[in-house]
Design a protein around this ligand. Structure first.
Ligand code: SF4
Length: 181
């Protein structure tokens, strides 16, 4: 029993060290549909310079840590986004960027746009705004980095724990449309 607690403590300490370094090296995969395609590029360039936080774009899901849904997400695209998320290695985090993935925004009653990303994927950070300015994006990233360091950004664990709930929600919306593979 004592041995197992000692091991648990060691594992916990090791995870904390890993989290400290993880927050300093976040590679992003962005699914740019709406505002993110406009507001992310200036955040990357010299004026706001997000690379000073160790953040940068990544081309493939398997090497990315963050999945950004930057703007409205159509029902037709949802399946691809879920596939992409499930290909990413853990630990991984999801960011809902702009009003649309948070509450639907101006598409809140659209038949073809999902209005709450958190029903389908575990959202770790929401950056409000229509559209969020680079200052809001940097502020959001800083909050996420702090949450990672404290071990509080655990959406990927919640996704596994509540997998059936997420799958039920995903099926409900995907089955409303003609299956597109
Ligand atoms: S949040 Fe606003 S700017 Fe961004 S995709 Fe939605 S409507 Fe467009």
């Amino acid at each position: 029993m004592i041995l197992s607690s000692t091991k648990e403590l060691k594992d916990k300490g090791f995870e904390q060290i890993l989290d400290f370094f993880r927050k300093k090296s976040l590679w992003m995969l962005h699914y740019c549909t709406g505002c993110g395609a406009v507001e992310l590029p200036p955040t990357m360039t010299s004026r706001w310079d997000m690379e000073r936080f160790g953040m940068g774009p990544m081309a493939t899901p398997r090497q990315a840590d963050l999945l950004l849904i930057t703007g409205y997400l159509s029902v037709k695209s949802l399946k691809r986004v879920i596939y992409t998320y499930e290909q990413m290695q853990e630990p991984k985090w999801v960011i809902a960027f702009g009003s649309c993935p948070i509450n639907g925004g101006i598409y809140y009653d659209s038949y073809s746009v999902i209005n709450r990303l958190a029903l389908y994927l575990p959202v770790d950070l929401s950056i409000e705004g229509c559209m969020p300015r680079p200052e809001a994006i940097i502020d959001g990233f800083t909050k996420l980095m702090k949450a990672i360091e404290k071990g509080e950004a655990v959406g990927y664990k919640k996704y596994k724990e509540n997998y059936e709930w997420y799958k039920k929600n995903q099926r409900e919306v995907l089955e409303r449309t003609t299956p597109v593979l």
